[in-house]
Design a protein. Structure first.
Length: 221
C-alpha cells in the first residue's frame, strides 16, 4: 500500500519522475505525486493534466489486465472438447492428495506431465510426492510432541493442515509445469481408482508406521 507521507518527503524533481511515461510506479503513487506537486504550487497546463490522467488510467488498465491474466493462469481449463488432450483432473488430484497423501497425487500429476512430455518436471513431482511423506511424518510428530490431545481430535489435529500444504504444493507444480491455459479432457478414472485403492490399503496396514490413517478415517466418517 502506498504511503502518501513517504512521498511528501521527496523533492519536486523526484516527484516529477512519477509523472513521466514509462515509469514503473503504481497508479496510486502517480496520483499522489500529482496531488502533492499541486499542493506545493506546481502549475500544470491542461495538456499536462490530461497526460497525467491518461498515464494513471493506462497503469490501472495494465494492473487489471495483469490481475485477470494471473487469475486465468490459476483457473482449471477442463473442457468437453473431444480434440483436447486427456489428463487426470486437477481438482481430483488435489482432493486425493489431501485424503491419501501426496504420493498418489504426485503419481497422477507426474503421469500427466509425462503425457505432456515434461519429463524433468515429472521426475521432480514423483520425488516430491514420496519425500513429502517423510517430511509430513516428521512435522506431525514434532507438532504432537509433548501434546496430550488425542490424535483423532479432528479440529486440533495437524494432519489436515500438513496434508493441505502438500496438496497445495502439487497444485503449484500443476500451474508451473503444465502449459498455460491448456484445455484438457478428464482422463479415465480407472488408473486413479487403482492407485487410490493401493494407497488406501498401504495406509490401512500402515507398513513400518509410515502412514497415518487419521484423514482416511476422518473423511470416511
Amino acid at each position: 500500500m502506498v504511503n502518501k507521507s513517504v512521498l511528501r518527503k521527496l523533492s519536486d524533481s523526484e516527484l516529477e519522475k512519477y509523472l513521466k511515461e514509462g515509469n514503473r510506479f503504481v497508479p496510486e503513487s502517480v496520483q499522489m505525486a500529482f496531488e502533492i506537486l499541486n499542493e506545493r504550487g506546481r502549475s500544470f497546463t491542461e495538456q499536462e493534466k490530461i497526460a497525467v490522467h491518461k498515464l494513471i488510467q493506462s497503469k490501472k488498465t495494465e494492473e487489471e489486465a495483469k490481475s485477470a491474466e494471473e487469475k486465468e493462469l490459476w483457473r482449471d481449463h477442463i473442457t468437453e472438447d473431444s480434440n483436447a488432450i486427456k489428463l487426470f483432473p486437477r481438482e481430483m488430484i488435489f482432493i486425493i492428495s489431501i485424503i491419501l497423501g501426496t504420493i498418489p497425487g504426485a503419481i497422477l500429476l507426474g503421469l500427466n506431465l509425462i503425457k505432456l512430455k515434461k519429463y524433468g518436471p515429472a521426475v521432480l513431482t514423483f520425488i516430491f510426492g514420496f519425500v513429502f511423506l517423510f517430511i509430513q511424518n516428521g512435522i506431525v510428530s514434532f507438532m504432537y510432541k509433548g501434546s496430550t490431545q488425542s490424535i483423532y481430535s479432528y479440529r486440533k489435529s495437524p494432519e489436515l493442515f500438513i496434508a493441505i500444504v502438500g496438496a497445495l504444493i502439487l497444485l503449484v507444480f500443476w500451474v508451473l509445469f503444465t502449459p498455460k491455459k491448456l484445455p484438457y479432457r478428464a482422463a479415465s478414472y480407472i488408473v486413479p481408482i487403482i492407485i487410490c485403492t493401493i494407497m488406501a490399503f498401504l495406509i490401512t496396514i500402515n507398513y513400518q508406521g509410515l502412514f497415518s490413517s487419521y484423514l482416511l478415517v476422518s473423511f470416511a466418517k
